[in-house]
Design a protein around this ligand. Structure first.
Ligand code: FAD
Length: 486
């Protein structure tokens, strides 16, 4: 007889079962929300997905205080996505743990690729994974003759239009399960003292397999063709651009990343999407997503505490509490409002507006990682660690990226329409209209010059730094600005 499969809340799709008829155990624990303040919409999405799943097939949903209490029969479980959950599974009697699912490459593949390398770089891993899984390949060569179309995918937003103009994904229609979740969350806030951050709002992301498949279909048909060129661009009035918005669904396990990239490749092969879009998109999933997943395990438990840049400052309350209205800098205010209102912004706001600001100010990388984890609907420990500690805060001293993602206002001005109408001037680093990103950029470089001087990718910025005749004044200004909202 097939053992019941215990599914964690991020393992909800059919690829976590051995057969569609396999009996399932789901555990809903309120205690998770007591430990940390999560975004209200994230709590809603996860609970809604879990409870929707409980309606499908032979499922036992146990509402319990602890997992140990809930798992009272022999079960199998796919390798969980966090160390804490894995250790728990190991401690429970009569739970058999299977290899992880929900990613494309296996841990063994990754270790084979990584062992013996000094630097782990996405580009190398991605090429390995493309070959290994025969994705966008023509024999031994990449289709179109190039592995990397990033150079085609860095265009600024269209000038003079507030939106990119791609069809928006169809809105989600909430049902009575969503209503029930909302009522429960309201009650927990009122009666149990559970605290959330961010605004409640209509559910924006899929909670069921059917909703997730519909979103995937819509993306591949209508948005993938536009995905590539403007991938890095931001428009104040268009939070979605041509991004897929699929991360919450993939991370909940509602979609198998393999089916997602297969559909994207098919769209390209059928002539329905250009190579730059399909390649750029597949790179995010087969490349980045699998890469950061493996790095979470490969770098080990101490990686999360890495702090090579000695950044110890606490997050100021206006940032921690998503108080966008306290911020005058248009980009940061707009992005923080996006997090508050949707629990989601796309990659460049995360990296170049939020992460960049935090790194410039010397905020504690672990606290920044924790903040991202709690505030984003797609945030999970495994995905946070490498993305925040490594990529965005450079707290690992370059183990996974070749330079810190620090940038001043001129980058933001080129890649977005935020600077127009902002009270700060991206070209100005000193005085009342000094852009906090521009001033913060120079202050960051000055603070870390000794550590960064060996990095050839920073040679030019560091030369520029040495030529600044007002650096002392900029540093004094940034010191005085402290942690107040810009
Ligand atoms: P698209 O642009 O449409 O990309 C397609 C898919 O690729 C995404 O759905 C996602 O599954 C995957 N992907 C792309 N980049 C990454 C990446 N760097 N790491 C992992 N998967 C990736 N992604 C999360 O899923 N959860 C997070 O909590 C998260 N936090 C981040 C924090 C920081 C500081 C940074 C810089 C990046 C973070 N990312 C995170 C990665 C990325 O920003 C999001 O996956 C992406 O913005 C989700 O939107 P989308 O589905 O429209 O992505």
């Amino acid at each position: 007889r097939m053992r019941r499969r215990w599914l964690f809340a991020d393992q909800l799709g059919p690829h976590f079962l051995d057969s569609p008829r396999q009996p399932v155990l789901l555990v809903e624990s309120k205690a998770v929300f007591r430990r940390r303040a999560f975004h209200r919409q994230k709590a809603h999405l996860v609970l809604s997905a879990l409870r929707h799943r409980a309606q499908e097939g032979d499922v036992r949903l146990v509402q319990a205080r602890t997992y140990a209490e809930a798992v009272d029969e022999p079960v199998t479980v796919c390798h969980p996505t966090s160390r804490a959950a894995r250790d728990l599974v190991r401690r429970l009697p009569d739970v058999r743990m299977l290899p992880p699912r929900g990613f494309i490459t296996t841990p063994q593949d990754f270790v084979t690729w990584a062992d013996g390398r000094d630097h782990l770089r996405l580009e190398d891993f991605y090429r390995y994974a493309r070959r290994h899984h025969d994705v966008l390949m023509e024999g031994a060569e990449p289709v179109g003759g190039r592995w990397n179309l990033d150079a085609d995918n860095r265009e600024p937003p269209p000038r003079g239009s507030a939106r990119l103009g791609v069809p928006e994904p169809p809105a989600i229609v909430e049902d009575e399960i969503d209503d029930q979740v909302r009522a429960d969350l309201d009650r927990w806030e009122r009666e149990d003292g559970i605290v959330f951050v961010g605004a409640d709002g209509p559910r924006l992301f899929p909670a069921t397999r059917a909703e997730a498949l519909a979103r995937l279909r819509h993306f591949v048909d209508h948005r993938l063709p536009e995905f590539g060129p403007r991938e890095d661009a931001m428009l104040a009035a268009d939070p979605w651009m041509a991004h897929s918005l699929l991360s919450p669904a993939i991370n909940l396990g509602l979609l198998d990343p393999l089916e997602v990239i297969e559909q994207a490749e098919r769209a390209y092969r059928d002539g329905n999407a250009p190579l730059a879009g399909a390649e750029g998109f597949i790179r995010q999933i087969l490349g980045w997503r699998d890469f950061v997943w493996h790095l979470y395990w490969y770098f080990g438990p101490h990686y999360r505490a890495a702090d090579e840049l000695q950044a110890h400052r606490e997050l100021p309350a206006w940032f921690a509490d998503l108080d966008a209205d306290a911020v005058e800098a248009r980009c940061l205010s707009g992005v923080l409002a996006g997090v508050r209102d949707r629990g989601w912004v796309h990659h460049i706001p995360r990296l170049m507006v939020l992460g960049n600001y935090a790194m410039q100010r010397g905020w504690s990388p672990a606290a920044v990682a924790d903040w991202f984890h709690r505030c984003f609907v797609d945030g999970y420990e495994w995905v946070m660690t490498a993305n925040v500690i490594g990529m965005s805060q450079y707290a690992d001293g370059g183990r996974m990226s070749s330079k810190p993602y620090a940038a001043g206002g001129s980058y933001l001005n080129r890649m977005s329409d935020y600077c127009r109408g902002c009270r700060y001037d991206p070209k100005v680093r000193l005085g009342a209209n000094a852009c906090p990103y521009t001033a913060g950029y120079w202050a960051f470089l000055a603070r870390h010059e000794p550590q960064l001087s060996g990095n050839h990718r920073l040679r030019r910025p560091l030369q520029g730094l040495r030529r600044l005749d007002d650096l002392d004044a900029v540093l004094a200004q940034e010191q005085a600005r402290g942690s107040s909202a810009p």
